[in-house]
Design a protein around this ligand. Sequence first.
Ligand code: EPU
Length: 302
Amino acid sequence: MRISDPRIVAKLAEISVGLQPGTALADLTSLGIGGTTDLLRIKKHESLPDLLNLLDANHVPHKFLGGGSNLLVGDGELPWVVLQLVRPEPDVVLDGNLAHVDAAADLGRMITFCAKNDLGGMEGLIGVPGTVGGALRMNAGAYGMQIGSYVREVKLYRAAGRKIEVLRGDQISFEYRHTSFAPDDMMLAVILELPSKPFKEILQGIRICNEKRRSSQPLGQKSAGCIFKNPPGASAGRMIDELGLKGLSVGDARVSDRHANFFVNAGHASAKEMLTLIADVRERVQKTYGVSLENEVVVWNA
Ligand code: EPU
């Protein structure tokens, strides 16, 4: 979708929102898949209410993009614009055991920065690509921990009330890859309360998690992490593997040879190919195991 009305373009500049016309979302997602639309880069959280009022008044549909690492975007010219926060400098400020983190901060860099300051707890998420805001929205987790456990406070834009609000951690429910945030809530910043731990000890945990991940996941290949959530008491990856589906392909969309719940873009896969592969695998698992796998990856299909 293109914003061409000069009045809207002028207003965007006025409220410190950068307009990047015709941006290929394939370049902004870890899967390397996705069509083209206008990208709006938000430099100040405070401009969000004005921006959303402007878009709504002009009937411009929109979506919020984080780090694009758990996302499958449709092909071609997309029927909505995309909003993304510009990362401020600094993006993490420490105050005792509290880390004040901007939602646009890179998750891995935040974990490392806190570790260097003897704050731990987040070791399991090292190696997970994406922003802190994205991790928060999905309640990212690995190796027995989840980010939600450390949340003291979240600053967010709530589309329903059209304003910026602050929620305490205990007002938010964090479940397995799911939170009580509304789909159109936009994460802006978070305060994490992290346990004190000597850097050396945290580093050891980080090394162990890195090693586990390296040995079981297709790092370095274009993917969106796990495609399906694990059904209660079972492993989606193991079921897909048991069905002998590693290497199954539709065009360049392929079930990873290393971890069967990772689907990789082995070249120039389209969203259509990836979605066909996802539907095919889901159907085969349903047939054999009677389990309907739920997407873990977020799909923005036109
Ligand atoms: N397995 C297989 N074949 C495979 C993959 C896995 O037999 O191809 C078996 C493993 O041997 C193991 C079991 O399935 O016995 C579980 O596998 P793994 O330990 O790799 O964990 P997972 O349940 O597949 C989950 C998360 C990952 C997270 C890891 C580590 C989900 C959907 N996935 O994977 O998160 O990194 O645990 O904690 O919850 C993601 O969220 O995108 C993601 C990758």
